[in-house]
Design a protein around this ligand. Structure first.
Ligand code: UDP
Length: 313
């Protein structure tokens, strides 16, 4: 297959690109590098089946015939989408429509990277795909949440009205190598702080929960979904739920760090809990995550250590 990956220089886009190439497909990766990092694709410099174009998908473009479109372009870490508020809304709306037009024109399959943020601060726990969510439409996080919710509506409309073979994955918190060391997410912050011997910054009382999926598990689930007949959203994530304090403890153990914890204010609308119900993915795709948090953190350690060296040099 010839595959278009938008957001290819991002954390997930670059892992997805690697996986597609390893299966023998050819990939055109596009990214405007607003939050993506060209370094994530450096190892593909001599890969003849890969081509990179720096471009913003909010401008109309025609990549020529493609068989599949993976739409992964969007700022995704809270500090980054707050900084890039309008850009985040545009890539979820205009950018996603452009990507859908390409899939429609060439009869390509389409998979959109949606998010557990569609559930907002959820009143149903764990979150099933049927739950409509509890989202503040005008809070600071709304630029991301509502862009992703609008994008889901757009994708379903292209499926229902134009017959595009679309798929929607709701991605829960994911971590691993290439998570940007300064993107402000909890795992990257804690790993870098632990390695630097700096205090780990716990926001609020640290009793809010998240459920962390190792990137290889996530990519496997996404590929299975892309080949399925399911058009409604499917949660992909690891249902092992941790408080942020437990997450800090795991990072300290894995890094062997003696960093202290320091408590900082919680941002507005920070969800109090999050855990995927993955029964649908289990039944439909025969998928479930395999890598527990401490093992995944240990697998990510060399990457964060290398980023520490870059920071110190
Ligand atoms: N968090 C934290 N310290 C940090 C970064 C994040 O305590 O240095 C908390 C944040 O308040 C949230 C959780 O960790 O409750 C996950 O935050 P992240 O930014 O990784 O992603 P989110 O799940 O909020 O999109």
């Amino acid at each position: 297959m010839h595959v278009l990956v938008t957001g290819a220089a991002g954390f997930l886009g670059s892992h997805l690109t690697d996986r597609l190439l390893s299966e023998g497909h050819s990939v055109l990766g596009v990214d405007n590098l607003a939050t993506g990092d060209r370094e994530n694709l450096d190892h593909l410099a001599h890969e003849p089946r890969f081509r990179f174009e720096e471009r913003d998908i909010c401008g109309a473009f025609d990549p020529g015939s493609v068989d599949y479109v993976f739409n992964f372009a969007s700022p995704a870490s809270p500090p980054e989408y707050l900084r890039l508020a309008i850009e985040t809304l545009r890539v979820g709306s205009v950018g996603t429509e452009n990507a859908l037009e390409i899939a429609h024109k060439y009869g390509a399959g389409f998979l959109h990277a949606s998010t557990s943020e569609c559930y907002g601060d959820p009143l149903v726990h764990p979150q099933t795909e049927e739950y409509w969510g509890n989202v503040n439409p005008v809070g600071p996080r709304s630029v991301y949440d509502e862009a992703k919710r609008y994008a889901e509506a757009l994708v379903m409309a292209y499926h229902r009205s134009r017959g595009v073979n679309t798929h929607l994955v709701r991605i829960f918190n994911t971590y691993g190598p290439r998570l940007h060391p300064s993107d402000g997410r909890v795992i990257s912050n804690f790993m870098m702080q632990a390695l630097e011997g700096e205090p780990l910054t716990v926001y609020g009382n640290g009793k809010q929960t998240r459920s962390f999926c190792y990137v290889d598990d996530l990519i496997e689930g996404i590929l299975r979904l892309s080949r399925s007949d399911e058009h409604l959203p499917v949660n992909i994530g690891n249902p092992d739920e941790f408080t942020i304090l437990e997450c800090a403890q795991a990072v300290l153990e894995v890094t062997g760090s003696r960093s202290e914890l320091v408590f900082k204010p919680l941002s507005e609308d920070d969800p109090t809990r999050r855990k995927p119900n993955i029964a649908k993915a289990r039944t439909l795709l025969g998928w479930e995550p395999r890598i527990p948090l401490r093992e995944g953190l240990a697998k990510s350690l060399p990457y964060f250590q290398s980023k520490l060296q870059v920071r110190q040099s």
